[in-house]
Write a protein that binds this ligand. Structure first.
Ligand SMILES: Cc1cc2nc3c(=O)[nH]c(=O)nc-3n(C[C@H](O)[C@H](O)[C@H](O)COP(=O)(O)O)c2cc1C
Length: 342
């Protein structure tokens, strides 16, 4: 898992136009490259130097622990894992499946670390609500159905954008993006419950619509900063949190570059059971994520047409994201799509 996360970050660093003037950023970038190149000792030394200049973030501490474990320096690996674990929520599955940490598996400290992580995860999951709360409603402006930008142009030019202009988004823009992601496009009278109102802008296996969408607003005109659940059947937002949770949110997404400048973000989750009840493993292994891809691509194309940048983010702490978004217990977080003017 960590290697995949590292790869994402290597990509981010390659594509990013940001100048990494800061010593910390420079050092962890070099450390992560050394880790990828299997220069574990060099990677570890670079991480140590970086942490002398600045407090390490969860992601870097985790990678430093990997480097230490690969250098058979278990003491240091456990110290880094402990700090990473105390500063953020990490899934035990990550640790258990991460071959970089294999050297630690026979150490007694490993079992107590995993056990304490599991206790923390269980208590967090138990604290999540069963249903979405009935918070204040925000009626979204109706979406427009025409544009000056052709579909072909949007497909040709769409890119993942990781830095955004310091400008607010309008409520009409976020409304348009949410509608393109999962809004109703065909209302069905007396629709069965599972359909929740009708057919949507994105296709879904068996029209089961397993996805849930949230908006995290940071700088949106006519919308208070906070967290909102998108009620797609009525094209409304239900306010779940009214405080600015951006810092916690960014932390859950390992403080990737996007969070520095984005004005808002769409967060996707799925209730897998909606799909697996009918399709079993095929639903779990294929259909839910296929549905996600259809919807997220709509967001990419619509964002391009609105001169808004976005990027699909799959690397985050599931537990931390569930907690900050206040997802219901049954949901599995899948994507973060930050949004900001290009
Ligand atoms: C499943 C998935 C997960 C991704 N996760 C991340 C991520 O965590 N961070 C990031 O910056 N980009 C992420 N991306 C964006 C890819 O890096 C990007 O799509 C790829 O580099 C191709 O660039 P393009 O989208 O501009 O064509 C992800 C993309 C996909 C499809």
């Amino acid at each position: 898992m960590i290697n995949k996360v590292v790869s994402f970050f290597a990509l981010i660093l390659c594509f990013s136009t940001a100048v990494f003037a800061q010593e910390y950023d420079q050092l962890v970038m070099e450390a992560s490259n050394s880790l990828l190149a299997s220069d574990y000792q060099v990677a570890l030394e670079l991480y140590q130097q970086a942490f002398q200049t600045e407090e390490g973030n969860t992601f870097d501490l985790y990678n430093a622990a990997c480097a230490a474990a690969l250098c058979e320096n278990s003491d240091l690996a456990f110290i880094y894992l402990e700090i990473a674990f105390n500063s953020n929520l990490i899934e035990t599955q990550w640790l258990e499946e991460d071959m970089d940490l294999l050297n630690l598996h026979s150490d007694n400290r490993w079992f107590s670390l995993i056990a304490s992580m599991e206790v923390r995860a269980d208590s967090l999951l138990a604290s999540l609500p069963e249903d979405h709360p009935e918070g204040p409603l925000v009626v979204l402006p109706q979406p427009r159905l025409s544009s000056d930008v052709s579909l072909e142009e949007a497909m040709q030019n769409r890119r993942s954008v990781r830095s955004y202009a310091d400008l607010p988004l309008t409520i009409a823009e976020v409304s348009q993006l949410l509608w393109s992601a999962y809004g109703l496009s065909y209302t069905v009278e007396n629709a069965p419950d599972f359909l929740r109102g009708g057919l949507r802008t994105a296709p879904s296996a068996g029209a089961l619509y397993p996805l849930e969408l949230y908006l995290v607003a940071r700088n949106v005109t006519d919308l208070d900063p906070g967290i909102y659940w998108y009620k797609s059947e009525t094209h409304e937002l239900v306010q779940i949190a009214d405080e600015n949770c951006w810092e916690e949110f960014s932390n859950a997404g390992f403080n990737q570059l996007h969070f520095e400048t984005a004005a808002a973000a769409i967060v996707y989750s799925a209730v897998f059971e909606r799909c697996t009840e009918i399709y079993g493993d095929r639903g779990r292994e294929r259909y839910v994520c296929m549905d996600l891809g259809h919807s997220a691509e709509n967001v990419y194309l619509q964002a391009y047409a609105l001169e808004i940048g976005t990027c699909a983010i799959g690397a985050f702490s599931d537990l931390a994201l569930k907690q900050v978004i206040r997802m219901t217990r049954a949901e599995v977080p899948l994507y973060i799509m930050p949004l900001g003017k290009v």
